[in-house]
Design a protein around this ligand. Structure first.
Ligand code: I3P
Length: 313
């Protein structure tokens, strides 16, 4: 049984064993039928509470959140809908959204890590300086390196991993940077080879992305929160059923009241990084409603559109 890869993880349970494509190990536990449990953190819990409101248009594009449960003594988990429960032998692609994948709080941290140096060296042995090789690198340095090496910075998203049915997961896309390279991965590694099946799946996914775009435009949650490191989960199965969901809200936070940063305008932040902010300009309902209509239309470079375009066979 393939279990929903929430929070950017492609997770598979077979004989009780978890297989993950990316992200933090030991974050998931199997839940009751149709659910999985993910280690709780305040930011993500708050995000799911905000997304689960009945009137929230994004509700149907995120896993349902049921409750916080204590699975292990002292350890709390979020009980979430298993998005893959309805699929038969599903194929899954995890796409991490955004040009920026780290929190602002990371910028000031000076702690260096040898494990991240090791991961960097594996990807590009010439990247770290001699000093970094001796002392390790900060998380900020690593996260920026990953963004630049992949398509995050230039396309606003990157493919984190793909799992096709029973096949082992693939996460060898860290250096896929250019549009053509990413499109090739989607068409050759993710989508099925059968032309009619591919057409059906692409059509469904295209429609779903357009619906998601509309929902984002109407969503108060989207206009009052900054989403960092969230993913879009693309799923299809052998019957041609397909779906797309937003997952991973561990770095999603409410923006301060009366924030004036417009959606998708490149904003300069202390980290010295331009990124597409997803926060609202203010909290007044009338203002965010009218604002909601402007940015998504005004942004032909919308990350969602880019994904959609890349998927056209
Ligand atoms: C990891 C990835 C994760 C990040 C993790 C990185 O790099 O960027 O998103 O966790 O940081 O090591 P990679 O994909 O190359 O393995 P967060 O999203 O929680 O920041 P970590 O090592 O501090 O867990």
């Amino acid at each position: 049984m393939l279990v929903s890869p929430l929070l950017g993880f492609l997770t598979d349970i077979r004989n009780g064993e978890w297989v993950q494509l990316a992200g933090h190990m030991d974050s998931f536990l199997p839940g009751r039928a149709g659910t999985i449990c993910k280690k709780s953190c305040d930011m993500e819990k708050e995000a799911y509470e905000g997304l689960c409101v009945v009137a929230e248009p994004l509700r149907e594009f995120t896993p349902l959140y049921f409750s916080e449960v204590e699975m292990v003594e002292g350890e709390h988990y979020l009980e979430l809908q298993d998005l893959l429960a309805e699929f038969k032998n599903p194929c899954v692609m995890d796409v991490k959204m955004g040009v920026r994948t780290f929190l602002e709080s990371e910028v000031a941290k000076k702690t260096t890590r040898m494990d991240l140096l090791g991961k960097m060296m594996k990807l590009d042995p010439d990247e770290p300086s001699e000093d970094e090789k001796a002392n390790g690198i900060t998380k900020l340095r690593y996260m920026e390196f990953r963004e630049k090496l992949s398509s995050s910075r230039n396309l606003g998203f990157r493919i984190e991993g793909i799992k096709l049915g029973e096949d082992p997961p693939i996460n060898t896309f860290k250096t896929k940077k250019e549009r053509d390279e990413v499109a090739e991965v989607i068409t050759t590694e993710f989508l099925p080879s059968s032309a009619p099946m591919r057409r059906k799946i692409v059509q469904t996914m295209h429609g779903r992305l357009l619906d998601l775009k509309d929902a984002l435009g109407e969503s108060k949650f989207f206009y009052t929160h900054e989403l960092v490191g969230s993913s879009l989960l693309f799923v299809y199965d052998e019957r041609g059923e397909a779906g797309i969901w937003m997952i991973d809200f561990g770095k999603t936070k409410k923006v301060r009241a009366n924030c004036q940063v417009p959606l998708c305008r490149l904003a300069r932040r202390p980290g010295g990084i331009d990124f597409r902010s997803s926060c609202a300009r203010c909290q007044r309902p009338a203002a965010w409603r009218s604002a909601a209509r402007v940015p998504l239309r005004a942004v032909p470079s919308s990350q969602l559109l880019r994904v959609r375009v890349s998927m056209v066979p």
